[in-house]
Design a protein around this ligand. Structure first.
Ligand SMILES: Nc1ncnc2c1ncn2[C@@H]1O[C@H](COP(=O)(O)OP(=O)(O)OP(=O)(O)O)[C@@H](O)[C@H]1O
Ligand SMILES: [Mg+2]
Length: 238
């Protein structure tokens, strides 16, 4: 993987990207020409009204969907041009995903949920146990490892989801409204955790949020409107 010191190209390069969905016979233009560079190690917040294309842009960066036109490169991989199978492998190895509703498997313990990406990759629980336990410690849940999701609070579930996203040591951590379902005190704890994770191993983070206070935890905020970037600014953190 090409990674030169002082390399100016961003971890994420979005060039003139559009995304058009077909709803019956109607075309919905979710992204109407977005050009954006996310430098390695940046923590970027994406804001904007409902329907402005935030989740769409995040999904494209994670290889969950493809642009209609334009070019998208993440960590040197041209996602807009790669075959589906390669995009899937890319996503598994280099992207961590965090969602509003945590998306944990209810029948698995916290430790098993964290281990899941590695188990799906053919590894055995006994071989990844130490790594999983150390990540649970990073997110402050060392003593909750055997709990199932229904035995955890919302904030704890999101911590498990963050540990699961980090277990593959992703280059890119994508979070879609990670605090949208949490009270404000718990939300602050989760944002502080994301910020500390970011300072530690420094994956690049892109976070969608409706909360202006949450957005300020990033280094930079872009605001989307009607599928276009209408504002791009640094925060006090940068
Ligand atoms: N799979 C899909 N099929 C058809 N239209 C879609 C699809 N996904 C999104 N859209 C449309 O694309 C537009 C952008 O959607 P997107 O989910 O990116 O918005 P958003 O900014 O994340 O909104 P919210 O803040 O409500 O989550 C919306 O008009 C939405 O209805
Ligand atoms: Mg959304």
């Amino acid at each position: 993987m090409a990674e030169k010191a002082g390399h100016t190209e961003g971890l994420v390069q979005v060039d003139e990207v559009t995304k058009v969905y077909l709803q019956g016979h109607r075309e919905v233009r979710a992204l109407a020409g977005v050009t954006l560079t996310v430098p390695r190690g940046e923590f970027l917040s994406i804001m904007g009204p409902s329907g402005s294309g935030k989740s769409t842009l995040l999904h494209l960066m994670g290889g969950l969907d493809r642009p209609t036109t334009g070019r998208l490169t993440v960590d040197g991989a041209a996602l807009s041009e790669m075959p589906d199978t390669d995009v899937t492998i890319f996503r598994r190895e280099r992207v961590g995903l965090i969602f509003q509703f945590f998306n944990l498997l209810p029948t698995l313990t916290a430790a098993e949920n964290v281990a899941l990406p590695l188990l799906l990759d053919g590894k055995r629980m006994k071989d990844v146990r130490a790594r999983v336990e150390s990540l649970l410690e990073v997110v402050g849940l060392a003593d909750r490892s055997a709990h199932r999701p229904d035995e955890l609070s919302g904030g704890e579930m999101q911590r498990v989801a963050i540990a699961r996203a980090l277990v593959v040591e992703p280059r890119l951590l994508l979070a879609d409204e990670p605090t949208g379902n949490l009270d404000s005190v718990t939300a602050t704890e989760i944002l502080e955790l994301l910020r500390s994770v970011h300072q530690g191993k420094a994956p690049t983070i892109v976070m969608v949020t409706h909360d202006p206070r949450a957005a300020e935890f990033g280094d930079r905020v872009i605001r989307l409107r009607d599928g276009k970037i209408e504002e791009d600014r640094r925060t006090a953190r940068s």
